[in-house]
Design a protein around this ligand. Structure first.
Ligand code: S3P
Length: 471
């Protein structure tokens, strides 16, 4: 069974009305889940397509609100971005240095990746732009990118605490820098490399802790002059500036972060097998799958293949017992978005699991460390946490208690918290209610119908009058 793709909507706006839901126990989950495209790769495909010369055609682009925010911002910067009748997206690149000043505010919605990467591009374009986002994005730290981009020569006027909304004045004569990342963030690394494209000379970032390398891989796919060198201090990525590169077609693989929800749900269900095809298996994104293997999950990788410069494959998950696991700090960057759903798996495992070095979770779309710990506790799971660690006592396979609509899990408007706790509901005794599912559309449009197509009893608790028309 394969779920129908979700309806495409051109809106990047956050739905104003909360959409509570409840996931009830699932005896069996079965089928093939058709997953949306990878969010990280989709943002980069639009941005690198915009700076290429010629028309880039992208298939499998994620049509979630975050990526639509990138598309809209690029349009405001003078790029023609269009969805074709066959579902592919085309970007008519303006060439490096060819963006024009926007005449209205760039609203990045909930999308931290879009905001930070685009600031990198803007930093080396001689123009002024104002950028904002939703309440969550306006709380997130931007100094991590404005600091290196100021070294490039850009100027920023930020809201208090170095946050959005901000005004950026891109550098007229950008300076090539060598930047050693103080925090393991692919967004920061990518912002600096993207700024380097319109900077004379060579721009480098040095990563002591590796982060997802999609920007580097995609630059290579487009034929840009980039190199990497491994040394005692980490890996140095270098991009040559003022180069012209041509458009290149791209296929976006399925998102391993989104795949995690149906796969973990399948592992925790009473019985059944769930398959997801064509998933990005870049080793710098695959930390969750390595961890699940350590937990003795029934999870197989089949048909390994390369798609547009990224390793990929099919994943098959089958219900079965899980062991507890200790996840070291060094693995955090390769699975940073997957800790909430891993915590759900740990809640059902045999023994106590521990995750170290996860402080970055506190500055995601919500404070995910707190939101995960609070949600688990509300569902009757024994959990302890500190500044940058969490410990979870697993139930040994027995369903966790869960929590009903009167005391729903507080998602803090965070898509990954909402999806993770709906997955927990499928392995609970009384079901798990969450206070909102509307934000799931930022990364995984069609999540609820897809899970339902696999047999997941998830029920929309929104007042029918509050549901979008057409449903
Ligand atoms: C992303 C990098 C990660 C991740 C985010 C997407 C990217 O953030 O959490 O969802 O596409 O570069 P950091 O690199 O800031 O940890």
């Amino acid at each position: 069974m394969s779920a129908a793709p979700p309806e495409y909507s051109d809106s990047a706006a956050r739905p104003a009305i909360a959409r509570p839901a409840i996931a009830r126990p699932a005896a069996r989950l079965d089928g093939v889940a058709a997953l949306p495209g990878d969010k990280s790769i989709s943002h980069r495909a639009l941005m690198l397509g915009a700076l290429a010369v010629g028309r880039t055609r992208v298939t499998g682009l994620l049509e979630g609100a975050d990526v639509l925010a990138t598309a809209n911002a690029l349009r405001q910067l003078g790029v023609t971005v269009a969805r074709q009748p066959d579902g592919a997206w085309t970007i008519d690149g303006v060439g490096i240095g060819g963006l024009v000043a926007p005449d209205s505010v760039l609203d990045m919605g909930n999308a931290g990746t879009a905001a930070r990467l685009l600031l990198g591009i803007l930093a080396s374009h001689d123009l002024r732009a104002v950028m904002t986002g939703d309440a969550s994005l306006c709380r997130r730290p931007m100094a991590r990118v404005t600091e290196p981009l100021s070294q490039v020569g850009a100027r920023f006027d930020c809201a208090e605490g170095g946050r959005l909304p901000l005004t950026v004045w891109g550098a007229r004569a950008p300076v090539p820098i060598v930047y050693a990342l103080p925090v393991a963030s692919a967004q920061v690394s990518s912002a600096v490399l993207l700024a380097g494209l319109n900077t004379m000379g060579e721009t480098s970032v040095i990563e002591t802790a590796p982060t997802r390398d999609h920007t580097f891989r995609m630059m290579r796919h487009f034929g840009c002059r980039v190199s990497s060198a491994h040394g005692r201090n980490g890996t140095r990525f270098t991009v040559g500036g003022w180069q012209e590169y041509s458009a290149a077609d791209l296929r976006v693989p399925a998102d391993p972060s989104s795949a995690a929800y149906p796969l973990v749900a399948a592992l925790l269900a009473g019985s059944g097998t769930v398959t997801v095809r064509g998933v990005c298996l870049n080793p710098l994104r695959a930390g969750l799958y390595d961890t699940l293997a350590e937990m003795c999950a029934n999870l197989a990788i089949e048909n390994r293949r390369e798609v547009s410069g990224e390793p990929g494959g099919d994943l098959v998950a089958e219900a079965g017992a899980l062991n507890a696991v200790t996840v070291p700090e060094g693995r955090a960057a390769s699975m940073i978005d997957e800790y909430p759903v891993l915590a759900v798996a740990a809640a059902l495992a045999n023994g106590t699991s521990r995750f170290d070095g996860i402080g970055e979770l506190r500055v995601k779309e919500s404070d995910r460390l707190a939101a995960t710990a609070d949600g688990l506790a509300r569902c009757g799971v024994s959990v302890r946490s500190g500044d940058d660690w969490m410990e979870i006592d697993g139930s040994g396979g027995r369903p966790v208690a869960g929590t009903g609509p009167d005391n729903p899990v507080a998602t803090m408007h965070d898509h990954r918290i909402a999806m993770s706790f709906l997955v927990l509901g499928l392995a609970s005794r009384d079901g798990v209610a969450v206070d909102d599912t509307a934000m799931i559309g930022t990364s995984f449009p069609g999540f609820v119908p897809l899970m339902q197509s696999l047999g997941a009893p998830i029920e929309d608790l929104a007042d029918p009058a509050d549901r979008p028309t057409g449903e």
